[in-house]
Design a protein around this ligand. Structure first.
Ligand SMILES: O=c1ccn([C@@H]2O[C@H](COP(=O)(O)O)[C@@H](O)[C@H]2O)c(=O)[nH]1
Length: 236
């Protein structure tokens, strides 16, 4: 289920504890201007029904549950996401080649096949966080390694920081999708994000999709904040 009319790269992250504020915000947004992301908070709180409600409003849905499990469990979870008719679903690339290949194979059995994306290194992580988990390398190096592995497994692209998109395009080609959270308009709070760029910088880097949550959802006027970002991108 893909909206043929949305050519905007913006994906709004609906991180809410219940369905009502998510649907209320979606009703103020335009499906030709953005897609929506349902993540762990909203999905765990209210379940798959909210996905259907948002689809009924005309939006493509990125189901951001970042599956990471043994190959069989991960593949079946990705298959269940496909059955919800979502536009995009993701797994952690660090789950490995066999896990990602199993997920890809499961989708190939489905009549509806969402885009399947591998999460490289969370945009909230910096070098010291990687060191804490025993990875004595720069985030960029780990991102490139996991992007190559994701492409080998036959997935459609990766979640990464917009800062890494140039490198990934060189390593994996321009058709390999880059989905980039950690987007912070100038003057907005960085919060827990570490590897950030503004929407305009992300566009210059050539990102395929940019995921934006709090700078829109916590704005005084979320619909206006979203429209301003979309317009600033289409004006370039
Ligand atoms: O590496 C990642 C992967 C996923 N996310 C998700 O994107 C949004 C970002 O929200 P903001 O409020 O704009 O920070 C959020 O739902 C994360 O779970 C990410 O940030 N980084």
């Amino acid at each position: 289920m893909t909206s043929p009319t949305c050519d905007s790269p913006v994906v709004v992250a609906l991180d809410f504890p219940s369905a009502a504020p998510a649907i209320e915000l979606a009703q103020q947004l335009d499906p030709s201007q953005c897609r929506l992301k349902v993540g762990k908070e909203l999905f765990t709180s209210v379940g798959p029904k909210v996905v259907e409600s948002l689809q009924t409003l005309g939006f493509d849905i990125f189901l951001d549950l970042k599956f990471h499990d043994i190959p069989n469990t991960c593949a079946k979870a990705v298959g269940a996401a496909a059955d919800l008719g979502v536009w995009m679903v993701n797994v952690h690339a660090s789950g490995g080649l066999r896990m990602m290949t199993a997920a890809r194979d499961e989708l190939q059995k489905k009549s509806h096949q969402p885009l399947l994306i591998g999460v490289t290194v969370l945009t909230s992580m910096e070098q010291s966080d990687l060191a804490d988990i025993g990875l004595d390398i720069e985030p960029l190096t780990q991102v490139e390694r996991l992007a190559r592995l994701t492409q080998t497994a036959g997935l459609d692209g990766v979640v990464c920081s917009a800062q890494e998109v140039g490198l990934i395009r060189e390593a994996c080609g321009a058709d390999f999708l880059t989905v980039t959270p950690g987007i912070r308009p100038a003057g907005s709070e960085q919060g827990d994000q570490r590897r950030v760029l503004t929407p305009q910088q992300a566009q210059q880097q050539g990102v395929s999709y940019m995921v934006i949550g709090r700078p829109i959802t916590q704005a005084k006027n979320p619909a206006a904040a979203c429209a301003e970002i979309v317009q600033s991108l289409s004006a370039r």
